[in-house]
Design a protein around this ligand. Structure first.
Ligand SMILES: [Zn+2]
Length: 416
């Protein structure tokens, strides 16, 4: 037999290889061996029938928080990967210099999926909900450099959260320090935006080509569009300089109005990501997000809650009118390119590790909500049906993931 596994008869969309056509994918020794219009079933030990399904490169979630058990936000990515199609998780700044080797030992080594990380410019990372940038002594570029030595195999960038609750009274100091660190190590910077101060234009003006603005569809006072929905001059200038826009849905960062304004101005976010964390896992039912240290999750009548994952975020952009191939690129080839890993992950190129997701486009009508409860209706929802890493299908680990500080309450009885 030439191949260990053959995924046959699906619609294969591989933006990195400019492919969108019915076809077959053959896997050998954990790597992609061949993508072609037809590969005979007799050539493989095992055949998966993908008729009616989309066959995509394993998704890359560019913004998630997976430092489980050691930080306020962290979730266990292995509980989510198997039915979301995500094969590479990028942690967005959960670990800082003081916790980076802990992240390596506890997360990178123990997680089934691939894990990369943006290291926080704050030495303490995101162990607590806020204020990680409020102490100038925690913004230590030299200590970060010492911590990075030996960890650059998984560190792909530097993270800084520029917003009023995180910076305290330190203004733009953390951004300057983060840029210094990113320059020294030739890494991209990921900048979180939400509520001013600082002023969004001051932040954008400092960013370099390849730096990433996450929460680009925020409805907060640092939004990238003005009150009339027109992109700011600073936004246009940043895009012209090569700044990358990332969605980072989260519990507070997707506003359909901001997203629609960007899209109608011809600005499709380069990358769609979840910002999955303890509070956003259940964003569909989060009823109290103002008190960040005591979030309350409203259960549905059947006692379950709504989970956020990357296919759901992608579905929301389909509903907003973005084309399917663009939405797939925003979760595969483009995050790979943003990490400098283009052609290594997020691609079905022959020879790369066989990371794939099989998806069904379920016909609607469907309706989605943003984090403010605004509703957007669409025709289709993307649902993952199988996820493969190194050609091996991920199994359901079958346990729940919720921190003791997240409260779940019964549903309110409906009127009728
Ligand atoms: Zn985040």
């Amino acid at each position: 037999m030439a191949y260990d596994l053959l995924i046959q008869g699906g619609r294969v969309i591989d933006p990195a290889g400019s492919r969108d056509a019915m076809g077959d994918v053959a896997i050998s020794k954990g790597r992609i061996a061949l993508v072609a219009d037809h590969i005979p079933a007799a050539s493989a030990v095992r055949v998966v029938d993908a008729t009616g399904l989309l066959v995509l490169p394993g998704l890359i979630d560019l913004h998630a928080h997976v430092f489980r058990d050691f930080t306020y936000w962290g979730v266990d990515p292995d509980l989510i990967a198997h039915n979301s199609g995500v094969t590479t998780w990028v942690d967005a700044g959960s670990a800082g210099a003081m916790t980076l080797s802990g992240f390596r030992q506890q997360v990178v080594r123990r997680t089934e999926a691939r894990v990369k990380a943006f290291v926080n410019i704050s030495l303490i990372g995101l162990v607590a909900p806020e204020y990680e940038l409020s102490q100038p002594s925690w913004l230590d570029v030299d200590m970060l450099a010492r911590a990075l030595a030996g960890n650059l195999d998984f560190v792909v960038g530097v993270k800084v959260r520029m917003a009023s609750p995180t910076v305290g009274s330190t203004g733009l100091l953390a951004l300057h320090r983060a840029l210094q660190a990113a320059d020294e190590h030739e890494l991209p910077l990921m900048v979180h935006i939400s509520d001013a101060p600082p002023d969004i234009s001051d932040v954008l003006a400092l960013l370099r080509s390849g730096d990433i603005v996450t929460h680009c569809c925020t409805g907060g006072s640092m939004k990238l569009v003005d009150a009339a929905g027109v992109p700011l001059d600073a936004t246009r200038a940043a895009l012209d300089r090569g700044i990358i826009l990332d969605v980072g849905h989260g519990a507070g960062s997707l506003n359909f109005g901001s997203a629609a304004s960007l899209l109608s101005a011809g600005i499709m976010p380069h990358v769609i990501s979840t910002d999955l964390h303890q509070m956003s896992l259940h964003v569909g039912s989060l009823v109290s997000s103002d008190a960040v240290d005591s979030p309350v999750i409203q259960l549905r009548a059947d006692g379950t809650d709504d989970r956020l994952d990357l296919p759901l975020c992608m579905s929301k952009f389909l509903a907003l009118g973005a084309p399917l191939t663009d939405v797939v690129a925003a979760a595969t080839s483009r995050p790979a390119a943003a990490l400098g890993l283009g052609g290594q992950i997020g691609s079905l190129r022959a020879g790369v590790p066989a990371d794939l997701g099989l998806f069904r486009l379920v016909d609607g009508p469907v309706s989605f909500t943003d984090v403010y409860g605004n509703v957007c209706t669409g025709d289709q929802r993307l649902v993952n049906v199988a996820t493969f890493i190194d050609g091996r299908r991920l199994a359901d680990p079958g346990s729940a993931d919720m921190a003791p500080w997240v409260e779940r309450i019964p549903p309110v009885a409906s009127d009728g």
